[in-house]
Design a protein around this ligand. Structure first.
Ligand SMILES: NC(=O)c1ccc[n+]([C@@H]2O[C@H](COP(=O)([O-])OP(=O)(O)OC[C@H]3O[C@@H](n4cnc5c(N)ncnc54)[C@H](O)[C@@H]3O)[C@@H](O)[C@H]2O)c1
Length: 320
């Protein structure tokens, strides 16, 4: 399998690249930012292509030069940069996705796996919200609460059209909240768990007045990579859109316990109750991952303890 990963040097791209390498593939990382901080350990073992998904020729060249057979399309602007630069966010999202799909069509790439998000649903209310947390299925109404979510809805629709019209198998993976190495630097405020882990690693004190019991489906990047790899590889798909998470709720308190077992002297205090985090619209939820289990064979392997351990080890390895 020769995989091109758009946005390949990012948080999720780096972990996907590592997983593919461990299975004997040599992925091609296509990114307009040659920042090697998250791939320092594998830089020599992958192919790096500096290019913009807004440049159709660059995409096509990368695909044909590297005999690409599969595309994982991750490149995007995250919520804050998208709000700061709406035109560019829409361009990278919509036009970038069309460019990827056109290149796939022209080069006869049968399948494109797209990284979507829980943001397509927007606010999670009713039985699926606090306090019942009935698992959210893929048919939950889509009412994106921000531009990022609206762009994901748009990209999914474009991809679905290409599948129906041109037969490019477009698979959308809607991820729950993700934590993983690099998110703290890249995604700032969105990386609550990354900040928690990295502050403890730096020996800093963490003191939050509330939120220790906030339930949410929080997944580790290792499971993100696993699900993308499955979606790329699985044969004869008949289902195209999947919620991907852990299928269970975890709380910040569980992260504190995992951190304290690794760093017994950590100074962490998080008060009880749900988190307010200043959000007007809450998207805390638990994903129903039964469709991904059935059609992709997806089964998450990282519980909180394992995820936190891998996070800490990866950061140490990258900074060694
Ligand atoms: N991190 C999360 O919590 C989360 C949750 C749900 C979905 N996702 C999705 O997963 C994907 C990857 O997210 P991430 O966390 O790795 O983000 P990231 O910002 O770390 O990586 C995205 C990469 O895309 C690249 N990129 C941006 N514009 C580009 C362009 N025009 N041409 C080429 N490359 C470009 C960036 O340089 C960056 O390396 C995104 O599509 C994101 O929306 C992330």
């Amino acid at each position: 399998m020769n995989v091109l990963i758009t946005g390949g040097t990012g948080v999720n791209g780096a972990v996907l690249a590592r997983l593919l390498l461990s299975e004997g593939d040599r992925p091609v990382l296509f990114d307009n930012r040659m920042d090697f901080s998250l791939i320092a350990d594998i830089k020599e073992k992958v192919d790096l292509v500096e290019g913009d998904i807004l440049d159709p020729e660059a995409l096509r060249r990368a695909i044909s030069n590297h005999h690409i057979t599969h595309v994982a399309h991750l490149a995007a602007l995250m919520p804050d940069p998208a709000e700061a630069n709406p035109r560019m966010a829409v361009k990278i999202g919509a036009e970038g996705t069309v460019n990827v799909l056109e290149a796939a069509r022209a080069c006869k790439i049968p399948r494109v796996v797209f990284t979507s998000s829980k943001a397509v649903y927007g606010e999670i209310i009713g039985d699926c919200g606090h306090p019942k947390f009935v698992p959210v299925r893929e048919d939950y109404p889509q009412k994106p609460a921000d531009l990022y979510g609206a762009i994901k809805v748009c990209c999914e629709a474009i991809g679905n059209y290409y599948r129906e019209r041109y037969g490019v198998e477009f698979v959308s993976l809607r991820f729950a909240s993700i934590y993983g190495p690099g998110k703290e630097v890249r995604h700032g405020a969105l990386s609550f768990y990354g900040q928690l882990i990295e502050k403890v690693m730096r020996g800093e004190e963490v003191n939050l007045p509330e939120g220790g019991d906030q339930v949410n489906d929080v997944m580790y990047v290792g499971d993100v990579a696993l699900s993308i790899r499955l979606a790329l590889r699985v044969e004869r798909l008949h289902h195209w859109t999947f919620n991907i998470g852990t299928g269970r709720g975890s709380t910040p308190r569980e992260f504190v316990t995992a951190l304290k077992s690794l760093f017994p002297h950590a100074r962490i205090e998080i008060g009880p109750g749900p988190s307010q985090l200043g959000r007007a619209k809450s998207s805390y939820c638990i994903f129903d991952i039964s469709a991904a289990r059935e059609h992709l064979g997806y089964a998450p392997i990282y519980d909180v303890e394992k995820g936190v351990c891998d996070y800490v080890e990866t950061i140490r390895r990258l900074r060694a």
